[in-house]
Design a protein around this ligand. Structure first.
Ligand code: DP6
Length: 419
């Protein structure tokens, strides 16, 4: 982000937004431009300390155009989705005054002021972990703060939705539902919080970032093809998801892990079945993803009730939700037995909440080598070193937030923070 010239003022705001992972998937739009979905979806928000986007937005009379930098590299803002978000926020901007700093911006002046936006993810963008959800949610929220937008979170979620559908769910922490809405203008297609992050503290989330050389079909084009060609998608959206969402809400309310896990796994599998039902078929999961599903299914079966839920988005990474820490530690042992690190030490092979390693009794690579074979698997002799790039251990987390600490702002420009 460039610094202002000639001592002109710069006004800025910084926000941090988490990523989210859907346990009832959004797949298919009924309106491409407004990004209106064909069904409701439900997600869990991941702890922003482990997976989040931080965005600083700034305005200054010295800026001559709108510009954006993602992870330090300038990117174009000309796309329709960025333009929708900028337009919708500018429309709602209000008068702003900071007497001490001598800055006064009238509602109508915001149209003439250009913005500079710098965004950074605390996880690799290429890992395919819903970076656009966190990014658009953060952009909309932070621009809203800067421009003194008074709209509530529901309204902000419907603007973030126009950047990327799943972004609307990143506004809130905990468990979130995106209500598809009925109106043609999309004003009722908003996210609501079902329960906050403190509601179900036992859950532990382990993400296996699966190595993949294959170029994936983007969610946007994949779901467009599904809407056009998959009869299963019609059935899913009209018949399966409505009752599944109600059951999921019950499961969350009652902290009923058995029901939660069954619904989560079934919905992930049906989403990938829709992908196969698409013409041409879309393959997001790979052999490693299938191996992880098989491990979890066999373990759950042996225990007689689910210990772990799995879900996969538009890529091969596994998101595993364990019912508690003890289960998560056991899960980690099983995963590391089959997928030991290749050329990596343990502390870079598991990132995020590393304390799970000591819960699992894993202090060194020797401990990993000494792990016993998981009893539920029939074939023990094969290991898949290198098939998982790394693991992330996380938990449920808070929603979007203002970053008050100016040292966290992604700019060296003259600082003039708001509020
Ligand atoms: C499989 O929100 O990335 O992750 O609205 O076209 O930007 P666009 O798609 P996007 O799709 C996410 C699809 C999913 C499921 C989900 O997050 O619900």
């Amino acid at each position: 982000m460039a610094a202002a010239e000639d001592g002109q003022w710069v006004l800025m705001a910084t926000g941090r937004s988490p990523t989210n992972i859907a346990v009832i998937k959004y797949w298919g739009k009924r309106d491409e431009a407004l990004i209106l979905p064909v069904n409701d979806s439900v997600s869990v928000t991941l702890d922003p300390d482990h997976l989040s986007a931080t965005t600083t937005v700034a305005v200054s009379p010295s800026f001559s155009s709108d510009r954006m930098w993602l992870n330090g590299k300038e990117i174009s803002l000309s796309g329709g989705r960025f333009q929708s978000c900028l337009r919708e926020i500018r429309k709602r901007a209000c008068d702003f005054e900071d007497e001490k700093k001598g800055i006064k911006i009238k509602k109508e002046d915001w149209e003439k002021l250009h913005v500079h936006i710098a965004s950074h993810n605390n996880f690799p963008t290429a890992a395919g972990l819903a970076s656009s959800a966190a990014g658009f949610a953060c952009l909309v929220f932070t621009l809203g703060k800067l421009m003194n937008v008074k709209e509530d979170y529901g309204e902000l979620s419907s603007i973030a939705r126009q950047g990327s559908g799943s972004a609307c769910r990143s506004i809130y922490g905990g468990f979130v539902k995106w209500c598809m809405g009925k109106k043609d203008d999309g004003s009722d297609s908003i996210a609501v919080q079902l329960a906050d992050e403190a509601h179900w503290k036992d859950l532990v989330i382990i993400i296996a970032v699966v190595s993949s050389k294959q170029k994936e079909t983007s969610s946007t084009s994949g779901m467009r093809d599904s809407v056009e060609t998959s009869p299963l998608l019609q059935y899913r959206a009209q018949t399966v998801v409505p009752s599944r969402v109600l059951k999921m809400e019950e499961a969350i309310k009652n902290r009923d892990f058995e029901l939660f896990a069954k619904l989560t796994c079934a919905d992930s599998n049906q989403f990938h079945a829709v992908c196969l039902d698409t013409s041409p078929p879309i393959f997001y999961m790979n052999d490693t993803s299938h191996r992880i599903i098989s491990l979890v299914e066999k373990w759950n079966h042996l225990e007689g009730c689910p210990q772990v839920a799995y879900t996969f988005d538009a890529g091969p990474n596994a998101v595993l939700i364990a019912r508690n820490r003890k289960t998560a530690a056991l899960l980690l042992q099983k995963l590391l037995y089959y997928f030991p690190p290749q050329d990596k030490d343990l502390s870079s092979y598991l990132v995020g909440d590393k304390s799970i390693l000591s819960d699992a009794g894993l202090h060194s690579l020797e401990d990993v080598e000494a792990l016993p074979a998981p009893p539920e698997m029939k074939i023990h002799d094969q290991k898949f070193k290198g098939d998982v790039s790394y693991f992330i251990c996380s938990r449920l987390g808070v929603g979007i937030n203002v970053v008050a600490d100016e040292s966290q702002a992604l700019t060296k420009a003259k600082r003039c923070s708001i509020r």
